[in-house]
Design a protein around this ligand. Structure first.
Ligand code: ATP
Ligand code: NAG
Ligand code: NAG
Ligand code: NAG
Ligand code: NAG
Ligand code: NAG
Ligand code: NAG
Ligand code: NAG
Ligand code: MG
Length: 675
């Protein structure tokens, strides 16, 4: 932790002095206490984005995803000599929080005592600018902090999005309490909304004798309530180092929130000096109603009735909003709730979607590697730009229900998150990346051996069979290809990317209007009529089989730039009796002849232009298991009259939107020409 570091000279001076009779006098004489009402000319050091505005207002943060700090310039001696017991101290703080959204202020601010003032290695957001994911919780931090937290971080077990907490070396508060205060006259607890845009005051006292830490909050102008908001016990002798700095931090996440400090006072061994509130700097005019604090300040003693009426109205409004909210999220919340991730968690998991976390980008968005901070689970996070509108709910419903799919050879979809115009999908992380990288790497690089390839093929077949027949609904994958087969640590293949799939209930018509997929894997009937079915997946699976066995892409270009279909080339070789010549040269002949022969033939069978002539995945599994042997095929099996098929369908509109179709159709016409 950066905070461990401190100026050596100063330590030295302090040590020398602390050995002498006038212990502490030099280092801390003038700095035993301070009070700032406004920060113009204050003896503070700023770091991060923090700044003092012309009116003396200390602004810790100004935009999203930043950290800002203010330190009292001189370090202080917190431990008594020679027994090392932490001394009593107290602070008082007048702060105000304004946010671009009334609903959320992300993340929070703190008062802290730390051994250093270099916080360069820390994170913004929920880490409050004090820790990072590796330092959080470490006793080496030597940090005592009081958090004014306006966001509920599940990973740190925050109680709510509006609390004060006591943190010792960690964001897991040792104790926390919803923001509010106990009225001196009535003794009743009144909630306070931290981000209401109004100034409020916080007092914190540490008592060396009892090791109690008292925290007290009140709106500005209300005298310090006698009963603290909460009191906790922690012996700071084991936490603090000598000397230590006192500081303030503000930290934002994805929401632009301003954490302001109007006044700050501190005292060692006694109560913090009172902040003169008459000449504090003003907060910028927010677009916020002042109703609440005015009510508390003026109306409460006069008219409890008005207050009750207001609270009643508030409860009514909240209840009504809750109801509306519930209606909106109703069916997803209940069914898919567990699959929803918060943007913040994903943001932190991927270090703010940093480029160095980028795993790759596909046709639908970028994929980042992430580590969930609570479970330390590695995930792949895919960002798909998507207008929130008509299709969104449908899409999410689908995604979420796919999230319930679980199979050994499928890449598990862990959940999703919606953020602005993005849909973010969270998948289990596959350490060895996608299969295409191994198949199509440079000639001299080591590649996968046949056993691995055959294992991957069988795995993908199992996964696809599960999608087609074993689950409660028929799931058509629609984008089977080598880049969507991901490899785990043991090089097992897992079929991934259901982003494009659509779900159908068993028995309903499988007609759809959109053609999705990747050229070279698209079945002719899909191109002609946009009709996806399990058998169009089988077609793509066939293309995949040849790709894995031959180590060549389904469509490639020859030296003249002419497109060559892999299937044509394999078929040609078969017809010439040289089928095994098509096997990947990098295997150097090291493969099981029967297995290779079966994969090639099965690939061709799956690539049959007539859907009805293709095997279902159930049969494919039987072939692999050896339960059924592959039908005896002659090369002529493929000589079908494509022309008559084409004439009976309306494929012309499709040609207009899919220029590449001429290539595909050309291919199958060639097949018939071979008769
Ligand atoms: N679960 C995952 N684990 C590890 N790496 C992944 C994972 N998902 C995707 N990747 C990596 O991210 C890259 C991009 O994936 P993406 O799905 O966006 O593109 P694609 O598969 O090439 O095309 P498509 O958009 O058609 O799926 C992949 O090639 C792969 O290397
Ligand atoms: C966390 O902070 C420590 C101490 O400053 C630093 O060494 C480390 O690199 C930081 N980790 C990250 C991930 O930034
Ligand atoms: C936020 O503060 C930083 C540092 O003071 C400054 O560079 C940046 O321009 C500010 N941004 C905005 C939007 O005010
Ligand atoms: C803070 O610490 C980092 C290393 O953690 C170092 O690179 C940097 O120079 C330090 N900054 C200051 C101002 O000392
Ligand atoms: C105060 O807030 C807490 C948490 O938001 C809530 O449970 C409680 O009912 C509120 N109390 C009052 C008096 O509004
Ligand atoms: C903390 O609060 C308790 C009352 O809850 C009080 O008795 C005690 O004196 C307070 N301690 C300090 C240091 O203010
Ligand atoms: C706090 O800890 C110190 C050092 O461990 C010890 O000397 C002191 O007695 C403790 N204080 C209390 C009140 O227990
Ligand atoms: C607070 O400041 C005002 C204006 O500077 C001054 O008139 C007043 O006496 C001060 N109050 C206290 C208690 O110091
Ligand atoms: Mg993909």
């Amino acid at each position: 932790m950066a905070a461990k570091r401190h100026p050596c000279i100063l330590v030295f001076v302090c040590l020398i002095l602390s050995l002498g009779p006038n212990h502490g006098a030099f280092c801390t004489a003038e700095a035993q206490s301070f009070v700032y009402s406004g920060f113009n000319g204050a003896d503070i050091i700023l770091d991060g984005v923090a700044m003092v505005r012309p009116n003396g207002l200390l602004q810790l943060t100004n935009i999203s995803d930043v950290r800002g700090y203010a330190f009292h310039r001189d370090p202080l001696l917190f431990l008594e000599y020679p027994n090392g017991v932490a001394r009593s101290f107290s602070i008082s703080l007048v702060f105000g929080i304004q946010s671009e959204f009334i609903e959320s202020s992300v993340d929070g601010m703190t008062f802290f005592v730390a051994a250093g003032k270099n916080f360069s290695g820390t994170f913004s957001g929920g880490f409050l600018g004090l820790f990072n994911d590796s330092t959080d919780g470490s006793p080496d931090n030597h940090i005592f902090a009081v958090e004014v937290d306006t966001f509920k971080n599940g990973e740190f077990m925050d109680m709510d999005s509006n609390h004060i907490g006591i943190d010792i070396n960690s964001l897991f508060s040792i104790q926390a309490h919803t923001a509010g205060f106990y009225d001196d006259t009535t003794g009743l607890f009144t909630n306070l909304t931290l981000n209401n845009g109004e100034p409020m005051q916080l007092w914190v006292e540490y008592d060396a004798q009892t090791t109690h830490v008292n925290s007290t909050l009140a709106p500005l102008g209300v005298a310090k309530p006698r009963k603290p908001l909460f009191s906790t016990t922690t012996n700071l002798s084991d936490v603090l180092k000598d000397p230590s700095y006192v500081g303030l931090s503000g930290s934002t996440g994805p929401v632009n929130t301003q954490y302001y400090v109007l006044g700050w006072s501190f005292a060692m061994d006694g109560p913090a000096p009172a902040i003169n509130i008459t000449n504090l700097p003003k907060l910028p005019h927010g677009h916020r109603k002042k109703a609440r604090s005015k009510v508390l300040e003026v109306v409460l003693p006069i008219s409890t009735a008005v207050f009750i009426a207001l609270v009643g109205t508030g409860i009514f409004l909240i209840a009504r909003r809750r109801l509306r909210y519930a209606e909106l999220l109703d069916d997803w919340e209940v069914e898919f709730g567990p699959h929803r991730f918060s943007y913040k968690d994903l943001y932190h998991a991927t270090e703010g979607f940093k480029d160095k976390r980028l795993l790759g980008a596909g046709g639908f968005g970028k994929v980042y590697k992430g580590v969930l901070s609570t479970s330390k689970l590695e995930v792949a996070v895919k960002k798909v730009p998507h207008e929130s509108g008509q299709g969104m709910k449908e899409f999410i419903t689908e995604v979420a229900s796919i999230g319930r799919l679980r199979h050994r050879y499928l890449v598990q979809l862990l959940g999703y998150c919606r953020h602005k115009d993005e849909l973010i999908l969270v998948y289990e992380y596959m350490p060895n990346g996608s299969l295409d990288k191994y198949l199509h790497c440079e000639e001299d690089k080591p590649t996968l051996d046949w056993t691995q390839r055959f294992g991957i093929i069988k795995g993908v077949a199992c996964g696809l069979f599960y999608l087609h027949e074993k689950w409660e609904k028929i799931v058509i994958h629609r984008d089977i290809k080598a880049s969507n087969v991901l490899l785990d640590r043991e090089m097992n293949g897992h079929l991934g990317d259901f982003g494009l799939s659509r779900l159908y209930d068993h028995g309903t018509d499988l007609q759809t209007t959109h053609v999705v997929g990747t050229m070279g894997y698209l079945a002719p009937e899909l191109l002609c009529m946009g009709k996806a079915s399990p058998l169009t997946d089988v077609f793509a699976f066939g293309a995949f089989l040849l790709e894995v066995a031959c180590g060549k892409r389904p469509i490639r270009q020859d030296s003249q730039g002419k497109q060559i279909m892999l299937v044509d080339w394999v078929l040609e070789n078969w017809q010439n009796g040289s089928l095994m010549q098509t096997m990947d040269k990098r295997l150097q002949g090291n493969y099981d002849n029967d297995e290779a022969n079966m994969v090639l033939k099965l690939g061709l069978l799956c690539l049959h232009p007539f859907p009805t002539s293709r095997p279902a995945m159930r049969q494919v599994i039987e072939y692999f298991d050896g339960d059924t042997s592959l039908p005896v095929l002659a090369p002529t099996h493929f000589n079908v009259n494509m022309v008559s098929m084409m004439q009976s369908r309306e494929f012309i509109p499709v040609i207009i939107s899919y220029p590449d179709i001429t290539t595909s159709i050309g291919t199958f016409s060639d097949l018939s020409g071979g008769r």
